[in-house]
Write a protein that binds this ligand. Structure first.
Ligand code: 0L1
Ligand code: MG
Length: 262
């Protein structure tokens, strides 16, 4: 039986407060063992509703767990989505206060910016490429609100797929100018290369992650919109960071993007 409306509201407040106070909490499935992925999305949309009611703008979406490396790291093999609020954006070459987060990790990603809305079901790589304005390199900073980064599918979906911050940078390029599946990337932490990969690690092609989000959104009668930023998910496993760390991502043909944790 799905979680009732009062429980969804309570869990939305529980997880959003944990985020705002940078405080780790037990995963929701401990108290709600029957919670499934749909319950998780109901809680995520409640968190989104709370933020929008307080004036937040939703600037796009993220795909989570779209590469084998990420699936192995978190022990979940079902991709998911989360939303990006305006306050999650950090400037390329800028700083993020580590103490505003619980236990941040950074992932190398591609960002698509859409010029047209994209709607499922039946959305595919071609639909996405035709609707894409440009592609950029992106760093996603994830921060599970759960103790020790431990969760199951329902819990992580409820927690907005660990969404916390993101940084866009480098060059904006038309997607059809690039062979994104073959695009290589290197992520450096404090000048040392810590992660290597190529676009194909993300569901065969990063645009497939955008299509996946559109198809999942369709189940709720929702869609991606013109102007949305869409992060396609970590190409490699996520790297833990702390105050003092500097991360730079270099992507073939797309330049670099960096952030410092202070
Ligand atoms: O962006 C991601 O792939 C994260 C999704 C949630 C799982 C995690 O926190 O690593
Ligand atoms: Mg990610």
């Amino acid at each position: 039986m799905p979680l009732d409306a009062a429980t969804i509201a309570e869990l939305g407040a529980y997880l959003e407060n944990a985020q705002l106070e940078a405080r780790a909490v037990p995963q929701i499935s401990i108290a709600h063992a029957s919670a499934d992925m749909d319950d998780g999305y109901a809680v995520q949309w409640e968190i989104r509703r709370r933020k929008v009611a307080r004036g937040a703008r939703i600037v796009g979406m993220k795909a989570g767990v779209t590469s084998r490396a990420k699936m192995r790291q978190v022990g979940i093999d079902t991709p998911s989505y989360g939303f990006l609020a305006d306050s999650y954006a950090a400037l390329d070459g800028g700083e993020i206060e580590a103490r505003s987060l619980i236990h941040p990790r950074v992932e190398p990603e591609f960002a698509f910016v859409l010029k047209r809305g994209v709607e499922g079901p039946g959305c595919h790589v071609g639909t996405v490429l035709a609707a894409t304005d440009f592609v950029m390199p992106a760093l996603e900073i994830i921060d599970s609100r759960y103790r020790d980064f431990k969760f199951d599918l329902a819990s992580v979906v409820a927690d907005n797929s660990s969404s916390a911050r993101f940084v866009l940078g480098g060059r904006c390029r038309a997607a059809d100018d690039l062979d994104l599946a073959s695009s290589g990337l290197v992520m450096e932490k404090n000048g040392e290369a810590v992660a290597f990969g190529a676009g194909a690690a993300v569901l065969g092609h990063p645009a497939a992650a955008v299509a996946l989000i559109a198809n999942l959104l369709a189940r709720r009668g929702e869609r991606l919109h013109a102007g949305d930023i869409v992060l396609t998910g970590g190409v490699t496993e996520a790297t833990p960071v702390k105050a003092g760390d500097h991360i730079r991502l270099r992507v073939q043909d797309l330049g670099s993007v960096s952030i410092r944790f202070v």
